[in-house]
Ligand binder design. Structure first.
Ligand code: MG
Length: 161
């Protein structure tokens, strides 16, 4: 019998690069640098995607959307998240809540936290009060030129499964 609940954990990091937009949690933030990567570099959506895939013991984001594949160049990372949510549903589960921690030196996330939580909630089709978002500065870790995201998700078996 399928377990009633499953948890998942996701982690991602991207390096800051000049001349590209900064997108975190599907929200574009005003900043002089953005996050490099093959897609739009959305470190938070990537970690959420991997947490969802991990919860159902699925393939990880890099296996599903290889950086070597030109079709994902500059891709909107919500595409990856939607695929993960589709797989969660197909596995007979739905997302209950998620919690996340962002680690970055700048910009300050506080003023944008409500917008990011709202956007992530919308993409995941859960209430905004089921999206946790904390931001930390990378003190003592020498990762000032990176943005790092940690995410935990809880899935519940759907009643029809
Ligand atoms: Mg990534």
């Amino acid at each position: 019998m399928k377990p009633q609940f499953r948890i998942g954990h996701g982690y991602d990091s991207h390096e800051f690069k000049p001349g590209i937009p900064l997108i975190i949690g599907g929200v574009q933030l005003a900043h002089d640098r953005g996050l490099g990567g093959h897609s739009d570099g959305d470190v938070l959506l990537h970690a959420i995607t991997d947490a969802l895939l991990g919860a159902i013991a699925g393939p990880d984001i890099g296996s599903l959307f290889p950086p070597s594949d030109p079709q994902w160049k500059g891709a909107d990372s919500s595409v990856f998240l939607r695929e993960a949510l589709k797989r969660v549903e197909a596995a007979g589960y739905s997302l209950v809540n998620l919690d996340s921690t962002l680690i970055l030196a700048a910009p300050k996330i506080g003023p944008h936290a409500a917008a990011i939580r709202e956007r992530v909630a919308n993409l995941c089709q859960i209430p905004a009060d089921c999206v946790g978002l904390k931001a930390k500065t990378p003190e003592g870790t020498y990762t000032e030129n990176a943005a790092i995201a940690h995410v935990t998700v809880l899935l519940q078996k759907t009643s029809t499964a």
